[in-house]
Design a protein around this ligand. Structure first.
Ligand code: WT7
Length: 634
């Protein structure tokens, strides 16, 4: 596509254009897509409400842009290349034509089962092509998909189904992930027993084919519903601002919120950023190792790559199965050209030793990407030297579920790249740093709260069913800014380095979790009176989970109690939220107004008790020494 930036000069020009005339800039980018009707106006916005509308009055269907548009020129090109969990199993693949037909058939099956435009459909599935097909089938008919990561518990799944009042759940029978064999359908049954009355149908994809429990009338096999359908399905005309999907993400308070993205702006932005950040060219094989349960999978496994007509790899397995060379074995086998993963995976593989990456032919790799959490210098170097062999630039891409697409990132081989730096904003993005009072910090070599001054096409539109919460969380903290929740530094060259969350959100192995959510889960244990959860630096996970727990009476068996707590957290949220460390305490440091002093707890958890500051104003200063004495530091 001609809007691809190829030189530093073009980047500067595009950026300048996007700032001086955002509407003109984005109209030009949007001109590269297929619209059933073009827009009357490019943008209307008011951060204070918030009201965010892009390509007003336009009609489109994102799947016509992902699929139909490519049929004439790329019908026989591979769209999805599936790498199963079992390395000995064959690669399944879908050409653009096959994917188009599968999506249409599935869309017809959804319609036959009563799904209409605007209905919500929940997905709870492993990383198999049917997940991408199902998501696109929803988009084809204007149904709103809500994908829930299949590592979440029945409880979390039920919360999300209920919040979005989903009419259908699409799941698999089983999931083989690494050496684990998980009965996915049982988790769905368990969730549906928790009062998910809105669900009329469960569509079950036969993945491994074992025996599963069945509820007649409600449960239906994917193949029985889909296979006989016609492979033509008209694309529903969608307003640019109609909802495309809901994706739940954790915040600092309460239950996860459903971030809402809409059709037009999301399409334009994910494709534009995919094309530029990964510099995808014809015949490339692009692989993003994320799960479609997270936004990275939505934007950079499914939508961005398919919009750009790319070949996108979907990987069912895990980095360490059958051993720590799996990623590199697959890169060699599939001749991967762009590889996009998370720092936690890089650190874990690095810890297994260089022998797992050495000896593989990785010469096909042109671009390496990192996403989800800050990448430390050691991991960055290892990635660059051992995986990229010093030839492939690294793009450290900073963004969020709420931003829909990458906002700050180098362009590989075009703009400079530097360890630990997401570097410069992409065209259309106007970042700034604020101090605690909300004043903009000008100049370079400064640090502050990362905010964005101007909307971009894929900014979240609302949080599902609760617009006020969206305003409170992102737009109320600082007047007329979008607040990211991250702290950042801008160095002498104006490059951005993301430091991490400044709110009560922690990032564990690239999974975003609210400390309050974990506390609520811990507090379900009958013996727990109160708890406080903080993050602490963890060599592999980035952040580990440290829980301070007050019990109603001394625990009889320490080990049993700890296991019960871990079980409680797995049950309420999922195994990803299990604390790494649990310290039983008699009290938590509190201010006179009763607020937990998390600053102190974070310091103790990180093993740094040198500068706790003045604790004498606390309600209960005496607990601080007890907490330090009992701290679980290696
Ligand atoms: C949070 C958003 C965006 C896809 C995956 C995560 C952290 C994300 C980076 C990066 C440092 C990063 C931030 C952000 N984060 N990318 N390149 N460098 N930190 O999406 O679950 O919505 O989490 O992830 O703290 O706020 P998410």
């Amino acid at each position: 596509m001609s809007y691809t930036i190829k030189t530093a000069e073009q980047y500067k020009q595009a950026y300048q254009h996007s700032i001086e005339d955002p509407e003109g800039f984005w109209a030009e980018v949007a001109g590269h897509f297929f619209w059933q009707k073009t827009w009357d106006k490019v943008l209307e916005w008011d951060f204070r409400k918030p009201e965010l509308k892009w390509f007003i009055g336009a009609k489109l269907n994102i799947t016509e842009n992902c699929l139909d548009r490519h049929l004439a020129t790329k019908g026989d090109q591979t769209a999805i290349l599936f790498e199963p969990n079992d390395p000995a199993a064959p690669n399944r693949s879908y050409t653009y034509r096959q994917l188009y037909e599968s999506v249409c058939k599935t869309a017809n099956a959804l319609k036959a089962n009563g799904i209409q435009k605007g209905d919500r459909v929940c997905f709870y599935m492993p990383m198999v092509p049917e997940l991408a097909i199902g998501v696109l089938a929803c988009a084809r008919i204007g149904a709103i998909h809500s994908v829930v990561f299949a590592g979440f518990s029945a409880n979390s799944l039920a919360d999300r189904i209920k919040d979005a009042t989903c009419k259908m759940v699409i799941c698999s029978d089983y999931n083989d992930r690494g050496a684990k064999h998980i009965i996915v359908k049982d988790v769905v049954d368990e969730a549906l027993a928790m009062g998910c009355d809105s669900v009329k149908t469960v569509l079950v994809h036969r993945n491994t084919g074992g025996k599963i429990n069945w509820r007649e009338g409600r449960d239906k096999w994917w193949h029985e519903e889909v296979d006989h359908q016609s492979h033509a399905c008209p694309a529903e005309p969608m307003d640019a601002e109609d909802m495309l999907f809901i994706l739940y993400t954790s915040g600092s308070t309460g239950k996860p919120k459903g971030v809402v993205h809409t059709c037009g702006g999301y399409m334009v932005y994910t494709c534009y950023t995919f094309q530029n950040v990964f510099q995808y060219e014809d015949d490339d094989i692009y692989w993003c190792t994320a799960d479609i349960g997270w936004v990275t999978g939505h934007s950079y496994i499914v939508y961005g790559p398919l919009l750009a007509g790319a070949t996108t790899v979907m990987f069912e397995g895990v980095p360490t199965y059958p051993d720590a060379s799996r990623f590199w074995q697959v890169c060699e086998k599939l001749r991967v050209t762009q590889f996009y993963t998370a720092p936690t995976a890089i650190r874990a593989l690095m810890a297994h030793g260089d022998q797992y990456v050495e000896g593989f032919d990785l010469a096909s790799i042109k671009v390496l990407g990192s996403v989800g959490e800050p990448i430390n210098e050691e991991a960055w170097r290892w990635y660059y030297d051992k995986v990229g062999k010093g030839r492939a630039p690294i793009v450290d891409t900073w963004w969020q579920t709420e931003t829909g697409g990458i906002l700050i990132s180098p362009l590989p081989g075009i703009t400079p790249s530097r360890p630990c730096y997401a570097t410069y904003p992409l065209p259309g993005i106007q970042p700034c740093l604020l101090d605690q009072e909300g004043r903009e910090i000008e100049g370079n070599d400064v640090e502050g709260l990362l905010c964005i001054k101007f909307p971009w096409p894929s900014i979240l539109r609302t949080t599902y069913g609760d617009h006020e919460r969206c305003r409170q969380t992102y737009f109320a903290p600082f007047d007329n800014y979008y607040f990211t929740g991250d702290g950042a530094r801008r160095d002498a060259d104006g490059m951005y380095r993301i430091i991490g969350r400044v709110d009560d959100v922690i990032n564990v192995s690239g999974h975003r979790l609210g400390t309050a959510e974990i506390e609520n889960a811990i507090n379900t244990h009958p013996q727990v009176v109160e708890s406080a959860v903080v993050g602490y630096p963890h060599d592999i996970k980035g952040q580990g989970i440290y829980a301070y727990v007050i019990t109603s009476a001394p625990v009889a068996d320490d080990n049993t109690f700890r296991h019960e707590l871990l079980d409680a957290v797995s049950k309420v949220i999922g195994p990803i939220a299990k604390p790494d460390k649990i310290q039983i305490v008699s009290g938590l440091p509190k201010t006179r107004s009763g607020k937990i002093m998390r600053r102190i707890l974070r310091k103790v958890a990180s093993g740094d008790t040198s500068s706790l500051g003045d604790v004498s104003t606390l309600l209960n200063p005496e607990v601080v020494d007890e907490i330090i004495d009992g701290a679980l530091n290696e």
